[in-house]
Design a protein around this ligand. Structure first.
Ligand code: SAM
Ligand code: SF4
Length: 471
């Protein structure tokens, strides 16, 4: 990262999901073309952006408390403050009224207007630009391959928005209707990323398997897999109702598609699923998972679960516990239901019955405790095996060791010399709930060396299961 240069240093604080991480990268690229430099310390920033998440109340209050901290930097050095992302879209100009020291508010579809908003802010104008663009006017922000040079892995947006109406979810209100990106554009972007050394892409969208950019999502995966030298493909997030047999078969047929499937279930109880408006029963969900496992036997499965949804009884919750015993997920992202504005659940929660907070916490703790045991068992079952890893660089816990990911997306810290971007064979010798450890056996270096570490976007650590966003 470059040294601070007075006047045009920016810092982006990213909250929430992969869509936001990807949007932050695009914003960083736009600012860089305008002569700005990204820095790691907000204390030296002339511009601070908070790219926000509105999925749960806790995510939203974190944004407000971060704004309070950045206010001190603003008072000291005149730093401009902007809020982008889902809270911006949800609150619109009300946020300017609520936070008098805030300079601008930009919704997720207004990223292209960032340089103009920054100039207006410099001239002392406060503005809010929000609203969704529909398919005719929306242009997907394209990653600048030069900015991705040095990254082993990159996100590629394939669609935006969501046409579902899950009763708990604010996303359709903050991200708008589904718009898919043309497949040729996606493939071209992937090829340009691979040309600068990227080895793995994660295709992202709120509901990728309802992708409609000129082919099905499974077909898009096959087209992306045909990009020479791309070694790994992942995707997130999927809705069980749109999971096609063709997509399940892609796990068997496309070697570059990694055997890891994040398929949010939300609850193991049919009455709860019905009130959530998820359009499937737990039996249909399990049938799809089991079919996918038949096609790809070692596939890792992860999911999202909401506990204490309005009206959830002890019996409903026990059904969720039974589901996790049956599926034996590799990992879970679990949350206490959080009432969100504009959703239908918030309108009905008094009729359905609000679950008392102490019961909600006890359910979450029990679910997470059991999942930690299951995750540890999965990790321990790998000890003694030799696995292929895509190496990302030095270990975050010990810089003398290396870090890579298995095909199932587990982190492995290991003794070895494999450079970033290499495919390494590593013997697994230890396991904890969060990671594996081992020793390198051999490696194949990447064709295009990974020359510098990936740019930091100040993404908050999101590894705590209760606090992360699976989507
Ligand atoms: N599109 C994905 C799907 O269909 O499941 C999910 C995307 S959402 C951004 C990520 C996760 O946040 C959801 O799967 C859900 O578990 C959780 N979530 C969404 N709204 C929530 C709420 N109001 N309270 C608690 N958790 C919520
Ligand atoms: Fe869409 Fe997922 Fe939210 Fe449902 S949970 S409305 S599918 S983003």
């Amino acid at each position: 990262m470059s040294l601070p240069q007075a006047g045009k240093n920016f810092y982006i604080h990213t909250f929430g999901c992969q869509m936001n991480e990807s949007d932050s990268s695009r914003m960083a690229e736009l600012l860089a073309t305008d002569g700005w430099t990204g820095i790691d310390d907000p204390e030296d920033a002339d511009l601070i952006l908070l790219n926000t998440c509105a999925i749960r109340e806790k995510a939203e209050s974190k944004v407000l408390s971060a704004l309070g901290r950045y206010r001190l930097v603003r008072n000291r050095r005149g730093t401009r403050l902007g809020v982008t992302g889902c809270v911006a879209q949800q609150e619109k100009e009300k946020l300017l009224e609520r936070v008098p020291y805030l300079d601008f508010v930009l919704g997720p579809d207004q990223i292209a207007q960032l340089p103009a908003a920054v100039s207006s802010a410099a001239a002392g104008e406060r503005l809010a630009r929000t609203g969704w663009m529909d398919s005719e006017e929306y242009v997907f922000p394209r990653a600048d391959p030069e900015a991705a040079r040095g990254q082993v892995s990159a996100f590629v947006t394939v669609m935006k928005g969501c046409d579902n109406v899950c009763s708990f979810c604010v996303v359709p209100h903050t991200r708008g209707r589904e718009v898919s990106r043309a497949y040729a554009d996606v493939v071209q972007e992937v090829a340009s990323l691979v040309a600068v050394g990227v080895r793995e892409v994660t295709l992202i969208g709120q509901n990728v398997n309802s992708y409609a950019g000129g082919c099905t999502f499974a077909e898009l995966i096959r087209r992306v897999a045909a990009v020479p030298d791309l070694v790994r493909i992942r995707f997130t997030t999927s809705h069980p109702q749109d999971l096609s047999p063709e997509l399940m078969e892609a796990f068997r047929d496309v070697p570059q598609l990694m055997p890891h499937f994040h398929l949010p279930v939300q609850s193991g109880s049919n009455p709860v699923l019905k009130r959530m408006r998820r359009n499937y029963t737990w039996e249909e969900y399990v049938q799809k998972l089991e079919r996918t496992r038949e096609l790809c036997p070692e596939i890792a499965m992860t999911s999202d679960i909401i506990v204490a949804f309005p009206g959830e009884t002890d019996e409903d919750f026990e059904r969720t516990m039974t589901l996790i015993e049956r599926v034996r997920y590799d990992n879970l992202y679990s949350f206490i239901y959080s009432p969100r504005p504009h959703t239908s659940a918030i309108r009905h929660e008094q009729d359905w019955g609000v679950v008392p907070h102490d019961i909600a916490v006890a359910r979450l703790e029990r679910l997470q405790k059991r999942q930690r045991e299951l995750s540890l068992e999965k990790h321990q079952s790998l000890v003694g095996r030799e696995l292929e890893l895509l190496v990302e660089g030095p270990s975050r816990t010990d810089a003398t060791r290396r870090m890579g990911r298995t095909v199932w997306n587990q982190v492995v810290n290991f003794a070895g010399k494999a450079p970033a971007g290499a495919l390494a064979r590593v013997r697994i010798e230890g396991a904890t709930v969060v990671a594996l450890s081992g020793t390198e056996v051999s490696f194949v270096p990447p064709k295009v060396p990974v020359e510098r570490p990936a740019p930091r976007l100040n993404v908050l650590p999101t590894v705590v299961a209760s606090d992360a966003c699976g989507g």
